[in-house]
Design a protein around this ligand. Sequence first.
Ligand code: ATP
Length: 581
Amino acid sequence: DIKVVRNPYFSLRIVPTVVPMRYLELAQLYQRLEKTTLKTLKTRLVADFLKKVPNDLLEIIPYLILGDVFPEWDERELGVGEKLLIRAVSMATGVDAKEIENSVKETGDLGESVALAIKKRKQRSFFSQPLTIKRVYDTLVKVAEISGEGSQDKKLKYLANLFMDAEPIEAKYLARTILGIMRTGVAEGILRDAIAEAFHVKVELVERAYMLTSDFGFVTKVAKLEGNEGLAKVTIQVGKPIKPMLAQQAASIKDALLEMGGEAEFEIKYDGARVQVHKDGDRIIVYSRRLENVTRSIPEVVERLKRAIKAEKAIVEGELVAVGEDGRPLPFQYVLRRFRRKYNIEEMIEKIPLELNLFDVLYVGGKALIDEPFIERRKTLEGIIEADGWIKVAENLITKSVEEAESFYRKALGMGHEGLMAKRLDSVYEPGNRGKKWLKIKPTMENLDLVIIGAEWGEGRRAHVFGSFILGAYDPHTGEFVEVGKVGSGFTDEDLIEFTKMLKRLITKEEGKRVWFEPKVVIEVTYQEIQKSPKYRSGFALRFPRYVALRDDKGPEDADTIERIAQLYELQERMKGKKIA
Ligand code: ATP
């Protein structure tokens, strides 16, 4: 990229110089974003910034703007905690690590305290160079890729080097990026709109391209360099996860059949964790529901998949279920435990055996299948899978009969499964959409996945931990999380300690016994009923919510929205007095 600079002495001569973009510009963007809560203004700020970004940075900038370094599905992680970060800042500034730690306690904001330390920097190296975005990014990549013996020390040195050359404001946001606590309130929706605004392309095309590739870096590049035409041509690729198609809940089998036009395919709804499998020859990648790369945590499934998928190149989807000694399914938390495990994986293979029930195929042998009718995809799936007892195609029934479907439903529940899925025979695969082409039927109301937006300190014996949590649902219109209730039951003492540890670093505001968090942590709750409530801005309140599980397979953007709660409220009213199974 060439920046044109007018030479004041030879006003007619144009001197081209290559000016790499400074990290300071990005830090200033973060600061402006943090100062406003207006979604439209945030969008404009990001759009204006994107316009200035040189082509060689286009693929990395979107992630940095979101406060990340890599896409979620990238296996790389920085692996830097607060302690190591403070040590690096201390090394770069000569300010004692203890002093920085104490300052964090005072400011409650690590970024701020890091900036203060930089201001106190004792000396600056003679060779000091202003930070460029490229240098920051390249260094963070190196930090993520260091492993093995002495890796902490090496990381420390790389980071200290960056902080040595950072201005206070740069250091503040660099620290936040490293710890993954950006607090600028820019999520996927704003970024999507900003890309459209910056490069004058259609927002629907940006959205579509993102749903198909989950790669904002790639989408930004295509938007700028190839415009609408390029975006329209984007299609799924092996190696890039596709946003999963989702379902709504139906009140009964009969309702589901009616909705689907009188005939549907019913499948067992397994209660496990959804996975998307990409196969390219000998290489298998498994993505979780939130598209994190979980391949390494389930090596035995990967080995079986290599044999079970007969196609050279394919993308298939299924539900991974943990099975107990009696052959019945175990609660889905068991599968999540497998995903979380980083060490001694062998031992877990024995303890929590996994069964994979495949239910869709999105790509085979060079061809994307998402625009084909479901029934065709199902046939293709059956054709490329060689079942082995652990990996199989989901059990199904295609029928027009309510009675037949109901008996299949009872059978599924009897086997310990969650219920049934109904799928429209002619439906295409709609990435990221929760429509009515897929419906789930189950005997209970849905649990809700909500974001912890605040908490209250406990009392007495529990005064040092949070005792209850304020639950938020996403409001797509304002981009905020709005309160729908408070949950205090269902937690063990250990849970509360864990949650306190996890949430403390996300505190944004304190009001007496109440604290507010950056919306990051998603939990699943049950409840007795959804009530209409004038008290909350959301319009709804949960009656007797109870904690079920930490959903670290979901990000805040996957949490339930107010619209979903409104739908569930309708459903609840319709299900009242109805016997389903
Ligand atoms: P939850 O998994 O808690 O029901 P969700 O938001 O992940 O919520 P839903 O749209 O509610 O997803 O339901 C679809 C989910 O059900 C899929 O994401 C998948 O994990 C799971 N599932 C189990 N069996 C099937 C199946 N046969 N077909 C499709 N999805 C299935």
